[in-house]
Design a protein around this ligand. Sequence first.
Ligand code: ATP
Length: 315
Amino acid sequence: YDYDLLVVGSANADLVTVVERRPAAGETVLGSDLVVHPGGKGANQAVAAARLGARTALLARVGNDGHGRLLLDSMRDAGVDTVGVLVGGAPTGVALITVDPSGDNSIVVSPGANGRLSPEDIRAAGSLFQAARVVSAQLEIPLESVVEVVRNLSPEGRFVLNPSPPRPLPREVLAACDPLIVNEHEARVIAGADAELGDSPEDWAKTLLALGPRSVVITLGAEGALIAVRAGERVRVPSVPVEAVDTTGAGDAFTAALAWRLGAGESLAQAAGYAARVGAAAVTRPGAQDSFPTSQEVEALCCALPGDTPRTPGR
Ligand code: ATP
């Protein structure tokens, strides 16, 4: 394999300005100097994996513009192979973010080129799928392109999906997930508005497994995560106690780390234990991509070794 991980997803420029008060309809307010951060869940996961040392490629689409060049540069600086990043067709995706002094924000996302990453683009990148141990995706690209990702997986290729922003998924996609990685909100949307999800994360996992994925990971923020496999294993993965500064990007860092360690042959429990350390490290620093740790920084974070997680009996 040429790549430990192929990420298929979005790349956005996050344009951030701080305002005294977020504007009401028809109102104009002055903001601080604009800060531009590389973002988008696909780019975030690719950068997180590469920073840990994974050989990572990104399949994405950006515009033929300044934001697109900025994103390509930042990904290359992080060590991501951008051979699969297509250029043109629409402006680079942008998130316009206004933040008030209390930290509350308003966000407008213009998907731009992310919305033009088509099923034909996915098919044309077929060789990347053959070259990667694990493929991960999110839902900031068209759903029909995610379906095409699943159809292009190599026979041994493992597929990891974080369905964010969440929407109901076709069975074909759900059945390919190993694991499906969700927080509570995503679990509710994937299960469907009418579904009884149950009270505990164990109940949510059971409901989701009935939809077809081979395994499910429920992320629980500072509470850690729960893993559940179809065969019956349920394991609570404790979080690593840290002082949280900014949780932005924790889910992307967690997902990237988990996907990478699965490809390295670790069990889901081991990989999730490592991912919990990576997620914890990411919340100790502000920002998304800026907060992602190197493997040395993960090692330095004091906690149990991967695999030392307490196990609850399978049900
Ligand atoms: P995002 O806000 O990035 O969308 P998410 O809701 O998908 O995040 P979280 O559950 O917030 O995902 O975080 C993913 C993982 O990161 C958690 O399962 C946990 O292991 C770790 N993590 C998140 N927040 C904290 C925290 N405050 N302390 C320790 N670990 C954390």
